[in-house]
Ligand binder design. Structure first.
Ligand code: UD1
Ligand code: UDP
Length: 366
């Protein structure tokens, strides 16, 4: 049996890797183990609980106020031991986090083949998103298998000179996750609260937005709420204390802006489904929203997900207050724009990405 070690550590990686873990564990040809870095703690455990995935290893690295060096060095050291003990044939990492970067480097140092899930996303600007663009390019250097979610991602990898035989277009496993989470009969206290209004779901956490850009995003949203009396904003807030401080200072107490703790992924996906539109600087939400037919204002200067912009669901607004306010007002008043953005097609796959990755690994010569 081929030994596969799946490594992840943050909420979005867990959401996109758990469906894959469940699929790989069904294979009689693969012996699949899971290592979590614990780069996130509470936000990671929420996802593991929902999918019923129990890690075989937990590096438990998270500490309050961790910086990039802290996370990278503790995972690199922790993974050295796990890899020596486990001796996997392939290490699977996801996307662009510090966990994925440090784990792929640890595997590379022990000459263990890396499989990169969600490979080939690029902005070509290593400061945006920071440090994720660096991470994903660096992981690409170590990878023996590139699991690209889309044809655009495959093209980006080919342009970098990757061997075409090592690239597999699979769709995004984030779409697989939606098949586990979306419920017809979903009800939640927040859907009750939102009844009769137009619900905006908000998330924000990007490192390069911490500080003035995030303040400007939040001020724009405050103006939206003050201008449109039928709008309510639900904001499941990231656990980063720097985000919390800015939100407390900019939003204060407002009836129609509700800040709640991070929602578990079932609640969050179903609340996205119940929303009118989404405002975010997140990556994964840019893939989920098109599948749910929800317009997204992406409050960032760049996106590595041009497919969603081309499909018409995503609009890149930058982080200037006036632009965000104008774009959001347009979606709330111009029915044609709203209809166009909410009926675009989903470019990120059919929910079978995990099955395709499993097949590649089953047939791989390692
Ligand atoms: C990380 C990833 C980012 C991803 C994001 C998803 C890197 C460099 N960044 O950024 O790509 O988009 O996760 O959310 O890998 N915290 C908790 N509990 C938790 C999670 C976080 O308390 O469960 C707090 C801690 O104080 C921690 C801080 O949040 O120090 C920041 O976490 P960190 O993983 O360093 O950065 P993120 O902004 O979450
Ligand atoms: N998400 C969640 N609960 C929340 C907010 C987001 O489960 O309260 C999910 C969301 O559906 C998506 C992922 O978390 O799958 C996005 O995570 P995040 O924005 O933290 O990271 P990014 O995708 O930007 O790396």
């Amino acid at each position: 049996m081929k030994k596969i070690l799946v490594v992840f550590g943050t909420r979005p990686e867990a959401i996109k890797m758990c469906p894959l873990v469940l699929e790989l564990k069904k294979s009689p040809l693969l012996d699949t183990k899971v290592c979590v870095s614990g780069q996130h703690r509470q936000m990671l455990e929420q996802v593991l609980d929902i999918f019923g995935v129990v890690p075989d290893y937990d590096l438990a690295v998270m500490k309050a106020g961790q910086d990039l060096t802290d996370v990278t060095t503790s995972i690199l050291t922790g993974m050295q031991e796990v890899l020596r003990q486990e001796k996997p044939d392939v290490v699977l990492v996801h996307g662009d986090t510090s966990t994925a970067f440090a784990s792929s480097l640890a595997a590379f140092y022990q000459q263990i083949p890396v499989g990169h899930v969600e490979a080939g996303l690029r902005t070509h600007n290593i400061w945006s998103p920071y440090p994720e663009e660096f991470n994903r390019q660096a992981i690409g250097l170590t990878a023996a298998y590139h699991f690209a979610p889309t044809e655009t991602a495959r093209q980006a990898l080919l342009q970098e000179g990757k061997n075409p035989d090592t690239i597999y277009v699979t769709g995004n496993t984030g779409i697989d996750a939606l098949f586990h989470t979306i419920r017809k009969d979903f009800s939640h206290p927040e859907t009750e609260w939102a009844k009769g209004s137009r619900l905006i779901v908000l998330t924000a956490h990007r490192r390069e937005n911490l500080g003035e850009p995030m303040r400007k995003m939040f001020r724009a949203i405050r103006r939206v709420v003050d201008t449109f009396p039928d709008v309510k904003v639900l904001y499941p807030i990231h656990m980063n204390p720097r985000v919390r401080q800015i939100a407390a200072e900019e939003f204060g107490n407002r009836d129609r802006i509700r800040i709640v703790e991070p929602l578990d992924v079932v609640a969050f996906h179903n609340l996205m489904e119940a929303s009118y539109l989404i405002m975010t600087d997140s990556g994964g939400i840019q893939e989920e929203a098109p599948a749910l037919g929800k317009p997204v204002l992406v409050m960032r200067d760049t996106t590595e997900r041009p497919e969603g912009v081309e499909a018409g669901t995503l609009k890149l607004t930058g982080t200037e207050e006036d632009t965000i306010f104008a774009e959001c007002s347009r979606l709330l008043t111009d029915t044609q724009t709203y209809r166009r953005m909410s009926t675009a097609t989903n470019p990120y796959g059919d929910g079978k990405a995990s099955q395709r990755i499993r097949k590649v690994l089953e047939e791989a010569n390692v």
